[in-house]
Design a binder for this molecule. Structure first.
Ligand code: ASP
Length: 387
């Protein structure tokens, strides 16, 4: 089947570059009977599911070139030959690859928009999506997609690996195979998962609750404030109580994102100059204030004044804790009471990654201050526990 080339223009840091998406249908349908692994013996798939694999880049898609020993991008056209285990699945798998795979450190909101549009385009044609992505910014992408894709009733599973798929000890094979299995999994004809998730090292997480905490271990992610959604062992055990309910409404995608935000991480000794430089940055619309403990900050006069002046100018300040687990509770200590009084918005137990994505999404959706505040205080996609 001839490859269909789609040119997409991406603006990155003012430099224009182009990425070519190559659409190549890989039909790996075989005559094996439908697989029946699943939660406690549930038949996760009785009818052939269709899964679309979107390869954006990252370590997972690399393999060692036999001659040079260098890591080169894996050819997804030969997926079936490279990962013969996939033959055991009765999944109708197709794939789309970025021709120039990205290290996820180069991920940009413009690319999130392209991915969201691609998902919208293919939504009615497949039962689930697996996005192969570098682990470094995977939590940001998963968070962004969770806000951009409203009313999901199909799974969007991001995965990647710490070692390239073409190396002997790779964690990529298991991650990829199980992510496909989860994306294909159905119960009573309906997808088990209907949200944006990350699957990594035996665990399925709600994407907008994750944080990459380890660059060395295969277990690279955690979700400190929300339970895992499934655990893959001999069977895949879904935690049905923790799963998002499938929407009965039509998928709606949001593609307007406003990246004019900053993160101000506090530390003892941070100077007035630095704080003011960030708060006065040109074009800034919102600041994530990464505070201590349950949302506490210095009560020095210059600091309080800087925050107050910023809020008076109409800039949104969202209080997110530096701690991995737990929540912001403004007013618990005197050191956070003044923040609440000035109009700093408490971010509850949201992660910094989800806060970045949520602010871009909310600021892209409305200019109305009251509406912005209401949205930031509400749990929109399971990203935070309601205050
Ligand atoms: N630097 C890589 C990336 O995030 C690491 C990985 O793939 O895990 O793209």
């Amino acid at each position: 089947m001839p490859a269909l080339l789609l040119k997409i223009q991406l603006m990155c840091l003012g430099v224009e570059f182009s990425t070519t998406l190559e659409l190549t249908k890989i039909n790996i349908v075989d005559n094996h009977s439908p697989f029946q692994r699943g939660a406690g013996g549930i038949k996760t798939m009785t009818k052939k599911s269709k899964v679309l694999l979107i390869y954006t880049g990252g370590t997972i898609g690399m393999m060692e070139d036999a001659k040079s020993g260098h890591l080169i991008p894996f050819d997804f056209k030969q997926l079936k030959e490279q990962i013969p285990e996939l033959n055991k699945f009765n999944v109708d798998l197709s794939s789309i690859s970025f021709e120039n795979p990205l290290d996820s450190s180069n991920m940009q909101p413009e690319i999130w928009v392209k991915i969201a549009k691609l998902i919208e385009k293919k939504y009615s044609k497949v039962d689930g999506f697996v996005i192969l992505h570098g682990s470094d910014t995977m939590s940001f992408t998963a968070s962004a997609l969770s806000f951009m894709l409203e009313n999901l009733n199909k799974p969007v599973i991001l995965t990647g690996s710490q070692l390239p798929i073409g190396t002997i000890r790779t964690d990529g094979k298991e991650n990829l195979i199980t992510a496909i299995e989860i994306a294909a999994a159905k119960e009573k004809g309906k997808s088990i998962i209907s949200e944006v998730c990350i699957y990594f090292e035996s665990q399925l997480y709600r994407g907008n609750r994750t944080h990459k905490f380890n660059s060395e271990h295969f277990k690279a992610f955690h979700s400190a404030n929300y339970p895992i959604l499934a655990e893959a062992g001999v069977t895949i055990k879904y935690k049905f109580n923790a799963l998002k309910k499938a929407s009965t409404q039509k998928l709606k995608i949001h593609t307007s994102l406003n990246p004019n935000i900053a993160i101000l991480k506090l530390f003892p000794g941070i100077t007035q100059n630095i704080v003011e430089a960030i708060l006065n940055a040109k074009g800034i619309k919102a600041v994530i204030l990464e505070t201590f403990g349950s949302g506490n900050a210095s009560t020095q006069k210059w600091f309080i004044n800087a925050i107050k002046t910023t809020i008076d100018k109409g800039i949104v300040i969202l209080n997110v804790t530096q701690c991995n687990a737990g929540a912001v509770e403004q007013g618990k200590y005197a050191t956070s009471a003044s923040l609440a009084k000035m109009g700093v918005i408490g971010g509850a137990d949201i992660t910094t990654e989800a806060a970045v994505a949520k602010l871009m999404f909310v600021l892209g959706s409305t200019n109305n201050k009251k509406e912005i505040e209401k949205l930031l205080k509400s749990d929109l996609r399971g990203e935070m526990t309601d205050n």
